[in-house]
Design a protein around this ligand. Sequence first.
Ligand SMILES: *Cc1c(COP(=O)(O)O)cnc(C)c1O
Length: 397
Amino acid sequence: MSKTSHNHAWHIDTMMVHEGTHRSSFGETSEALFLTQGHVYDTGEQCEARFNDSEPGFIYARFSNPTVAMFEARMAALEGAQAARATASGMAAVTLSLMGQVKAGDHVVAAQALFGSCRYVIEEWLPRFGVETTLVDGRDLAAWKAAVKPNTKVFFLESPSNPNLEIIDIAAVATIAHAAGATLTVDNVFATALWQKPLALGADCVVYSATKHIDGQGRCLGGVILGSNHFIDTFIKTPLRQTGPAMSPFNAWVMLKALETFSLRVERQTRSASELADALAGHPAIKKLIYPGRQDHPQAELIAKQMSGGSSLIALEIEAGKSGAFRFMNALKLIKISNNLGDAKSLITHPATTTHQRFTPEQRELMGVSEGLVRLSVGLEHPQDLLDDVLQALESI
Ligand SMILES: *Cc1c(COP(=O)(O)O)cnc(C)c1O
């Protein structure tokens, strides 16, 4: 196999086409899909050397696979991380990143405005194993500080949060975590690696659902955990190998090829979302429009400080609560009702009855998930067609 030599002076777009490419003896142009569970060895000695780590190489797809390794190398380049490990889904990445770092008796602090499944892992799953957890308003730095206990090991947050696009000061929270002897893990799905670099802001670990913008075309589930070599070796490597939430080589191949167009897609989706947000702000049927990138976002200053671009997501509060939101969604002709995001197809979600349905109305209120809130994930359609569709649907309510 021959490897593409790394050149870290390359721009992101260049690295997303070439980084991590590992050619077989056939010299294929496009990265190969190594759809194999395992590998064969010339001798028993070679097999032994692979297992005791004295010879580099592949063993079994639960630990590593050539196609998965190419995807991991390309993701590490995108993030500017030393190391990346791919997982079967975004939730596998979130769960492993947390469980790999804690044991019974430890304490985790997390922001309360989280994707529903992340909240489940923190509020219900970790406590089953004797891990204490505390949820705070992530925007309130004093609340993070006040939540620290002698056994606090991990801070966890999403910024912008799902679905209402709240922003948390990552550098400030990282400083509080480190002063407490804890680490900070950031779920960076909503910002994407293009617009926000949590590791550079002081976080110790970044996780993604690769299902979203990384695939970006609605095909495969996947996740990624990124950090320093030390972080990955200490907390992730062995639990990933031994407990089995590995990414399939097929999904890794899809994701690897998708990264070639990642920056093109996310830039275009963000530009369209920004145009749409500007065109819709102030519409009489919209009670509130939240878009990170507009000056009227309540945390515009912080956004300018820690993000280099906006988002492909817009949160809209429609007049007349759930019935208004449903009438709006049902009247859309081009934009599809779905719970996914980051797709080439524009998708609309009603969080209160889907991603956040298991919470009580009071909990939803605290998370800013009102009955009239819809989350629009802007795709790759022409922005004028999207605007026309939204306007005709608003008209009909
Ligand atoms: C979708 C999502 C996840 C979970 O990812 P899956 O790939 O669906 O398991 C985690 N965090 C955020 C912010 C998400 O949007």
